[in-house]
Design a protein around this ligand. Structure first.
Ligand code: PFF
Length: 455
């Protein structure tokens, strides 16, 4: 199939699409919140180290695997594994399963963003006096099965339409269009947030290191979030890498993707906390911050409706460019493994994801009573994928590249598109060491923590 595989139109298209995958709900609500909870700047420093020594090396490894095989995850393992082929094919199957699980609940939150975007544009997010008022509004919406399932459906359909058009005409085009829009809106929100009176409290919250709150668990949190935010550990970047031609510098692209993702997480933190603190609100937890507190913050300010609309457009764009990347991984798996056509794969998978997501959508109302080890269905899907499946997948990639492939093969692949200079040879040795030893061991620790062994 190599000959007729689609490829990115150009390098920028690939970088924007991959950065679009990395930049998602994880950056805009999760990163600011966990940063705030884990000692601000102290957490950020640890998180940056994790990105550098684990996230980035595994990210590069994933892209390299895909570029080498020119195939989706399962087929890549089938083609490249010399030993334990069956086990590696199962590993590819785990990536596929992880994609289904993440998409099922991710589309639900993405649907909320889209719903809130439309509500904001219609002027309904501008009359809350307190975050409690905003919470009442939020609760009423998420308990309404029609509202929540309709928006979930709308979002699944939106992602499906983009992927239906293919890599170059769908994903690449939309990323080239939306990522710059995203960036401009974000910069605008940051400048506006930082210039508010009282913004310095938000800056202090975000950037004043508080080492006293740092524990081993904080380090593990930072590590776990590092590869969630980079989209590492389920073959998504492997799939995007499989649409690269050999002359692309994977080192440079990997660094750009990680840099953009980190920069955007920081900017989102700046925009959110400066406004939350300036308006005298307290940061609340996870999804609550974005959907309960921010609407109240927006209500207190002149032109709040405009900012609220911009913010939820931002959130929806971030979610869309991430969901299409996961859907594309699933689609390419069906195309490569079962010779299915793109169009029928997209329809089949979108329908499956929509149906699988319904229990998550209803977890805030009708199905709220369902409890699996104390978590509702939505939280179980989130916990299972983010804390168990992704760390496991990240470790698999590192082990495969570090221990199952021949060093000279992988180095040969790396040096397609990278100039063979002393500096590049030195950096690639460091990269190999990180992938072979450092990443698997540290990810293993995250995994232990996620299943509660180190709690
Ligand atoms: N990186 C995305 C975010 O930060 O929201 C989430 C994600 C996308 C995770 C794609 C994993 C993935 F394969």
């Amino acid at each position: 199939m190599d000959g007729n595989r689609e490829h990115w139109g150009n390098k920028l298209g690939f970088i924007l699409a991959a950065a679009g995958s990395a930049v998602g709900l994880g950056n805009i609500w999760k990163f600011p919140y966990i940063t705030g909870e884990n000692g601000g700047a102290a957490f950020i420093i640890i998180y940056l180290i994790c990105i550098l020594i684990i996230g980035l090396p595994v990210l590069i490894a994933e892209i390299l695997l895909g570029r080498n095989s020119q195939l989706g995850p399962i087929s890549t393992f089938r083609k490249l594994a010399r030993k334990h082929k069956k086990l590696w094919i199962i590993a590819g199957g785990i990536f596929f399963f992880t994609g289904l699980v993440i998409l099922s609940y991710y589309n639900v939150i993405a649907g909320w963003s889209l719903g809130y975007m439309v509500e904001s544009i219609a002027g309904k997010i501008s009359s809350f006096q307190t975050s409690a008022d905003a919470s009442v509004h939020f609760d009423a919406l998420v308990k309404n099965p029609i509202w929540i399932i309709s928006w979930q459906f709308a979002f699944v359909a939106l992602g499906g339409i983009v992927v239906y058009f293919g890599v170059r005409n769908g994903i690449e085009k939309i990323s080239k269009l939306l990522m710059p829009v995203f960036f401009v809106i974000l910069i605008f929100l940051v400048i506006w947030g930082v210039s508010l009176e009282g913004a310095e409290k938000g800056l202090a919250f975000l950037f004043k290191p508080d080492w006293s709150t740092v524990s081993f668990k904080t380090v593990l949190m930072a590590l776990g979030h590092a590869f969630f935010t980079l989209s590492v550990g389920m073959g998504v970047l492997l799939t995007y890498g499989s649409y690269l031609k050999k002359d692309d510098n994977v080192f440079f692209s990997g660094i750009m993707i990680a840099l953009l993702d980190t920069l955007i997480a920081m900017l989102a933190g700046l925009a959110i906390f400066t406004s939350v603190f300036a308006m005298g609100f307290n940061p609340a937890d996870g999804p609550g911050l974005v959907f309960n507190v921010l609407p109240a913050v927006f209500s207190q300010m002149p032109g709040g409706n405009i900012f609220s609309s911009l913010f939820f457009i931002l959130l929806s764009i971030a979610a869309l460019t991430s969901t299409i990347s996961i859907l594309e991984m699933l689609v390419s798996t069906l195309m490569d493994e079962f010779n299915m056509k793109r169009h029928s794969s997209v329809v089949l998978l979108s329908a499956t994801i929509f149906i699988l997501g319904i229990p998550s959508a209803l977890s805030f109302g009708e199905l709220g009573h369902i409890s699996i080890f104390g978590l509702n269905w939505f939280d179980t899907m989130d916990y299972l994928s983010a804390n168990i499946l992704l760390p496991f997948g990240g470790m698999l990639v590192a082990v495969f590249v570090g221990w199952y492939l021949m060093k000279q093969d992988i180095m040969g692949e790396l040096f397609h598109g990278v100039r063979n200079t002393d500096f590049n040879r030195g950096t690639s040795k460091v990269w190999y060491f990180l992938v072979k030893f450092v990443a698997p061991i540290l990810i293993f620790l995250v995994f232990l923590s996620a299943i509660g062994v180190l709690k």
